[in-house]
Design a protein around this ligand. Sequence first.
Ligand code: UD1
Ligand code: MG
Length: 471
Amino acid sequence: MDKLAVVVLAAGLGKRMGKDLPKVILKTRERPLIQHVLTTANSLNPERIVVVVGHKRELVEETVSSGASEGLYPKEKIRYALQSSQKGTGDAVKAALPELEGFVGTVVILYGDVPITRVETLRSLIERHHADKATLSLVVLHSDQFTAYGRILRDDSGHVSRIVELKDCSPLQVGIRELNPGIYAVDSSFLAPAVSELKNENAQKEYYLTDIVQRAAEEGQSISSIITADAGEVQGVNTPVDLEVVNRILRERQVLNLVNNGVIIEDSASLYLDSEVKIASGCVVGPQVQIRGKSSLKTGVKIEGCALIIDSEIEEEATIKFSCRIESSKIGKETQIGPFAHLRAGTILGEDVKVGNFVETKQAVLHNGAKASHLSYLGDCEVGKESNIGAGVITCNYDGVNKHRTKIGENAFIGSDTCLVAPVSVGDGALIGAGSVITKDVPKDALGLSRAPQTIREEWAAKRRESLKKS
Ligand code: UD1
Ligand code: MG
């Protein structure tokens, strides 16, 4: 098999994005465009990848190397070439030539602003290139939609003969429906002279890479192509709207992958997932759900709907009932949350725990089988196995200056409407009477009660009613 190098063009200004940043560092699905392109390029296993930089090169290089540090592609394969002024895509490839020195084989050229091309498409292009022993091969996009892409011209016998940029098109050429998505495989020995001798006699006074097609045709070199009708995967990002289109396509791909893997998604239109979210087969995700950051859902998790889940791990068969917010938390197997629960950072719930309606937790560890079913604030606390937290229990963790912890042992029972004024502890098996304000530690198996004794005055209410009537 022929050797492979990839050149990625990333020196441009991105004028149409309306920002002064190089557009290849803008993000789609939390990842800069250039990192998407380099990840795909690396999947082809090239000998080297040359990134052409120019406008704000430091920012682009920083972005490229942070992707390498994350392990998306090996740092050793990346080389940078400087295009000192942005005179067009052809000039950018010319700037890459010194970094291709000594390389003999096929050069795949990709634009840094075309981020979501599938690696399978690139592989088919390379296979066709080799099978046809072509000098130059390209992807041809068939699309009825009007776009600003270059138009592909064919000669009388149907061979690709030229690419005309939209700005240089005659009115008749504008209507051509064979478009240039900008993905090429070129023989290295043809590429070097072809880009070195480009002219800029066109509407934009730029050196167009696309002009190497005409040169190849005129020299009688063989030009090969593959056709795609999937405008989405070759979508270039030139405007803010294009960026949103790319975002949407990636989201749709992610949802389809999940559905194919056995996840039930009840309303994909109202589901928002960050790209690194993992959802195992057998999970059911209801409508109006956002799952963000590095969250993961294991097999059989059910989310009823209307949830925001951020950087959280949810174990097998757990249920998140309607309307919950969960952040930086861990939820154990078969545990049930909600409806209307708020799990803040540092919440760790064991197996078969219950956190019910209007319960807020923060830095709270609830061990297996613990239950807090209604209306509680559990902050900076630990609740032992099988303990029951009654309705309206509050851990008073803040004295206005510092935060303090509450520790509740196993099998304890905290009666409704109890305030636990931290720092305080309740021993295993202890019972706290409803309505208590607990300020001192309660030992194991003890009763803790701090309630004014109840008074009964027989007939008092009836007499009061009578006296009010008379006056
Ligand atoms: C280019 C193609 C067009 C194709 C379209 C597909 C040319 C002349 N035109 O147009 O036929 O339909 O892509 O998306 O190639 N860049 C540099 N240096 C430069 C200019 C650009 O590195 O001097 C880089 C940019 O950073 C960008 C890429 O090359 O990543 C493409 O440049 P862009 O200006 O977006 O070209 P298009 O107008 O989209
Ligand atoms: Mg472009």
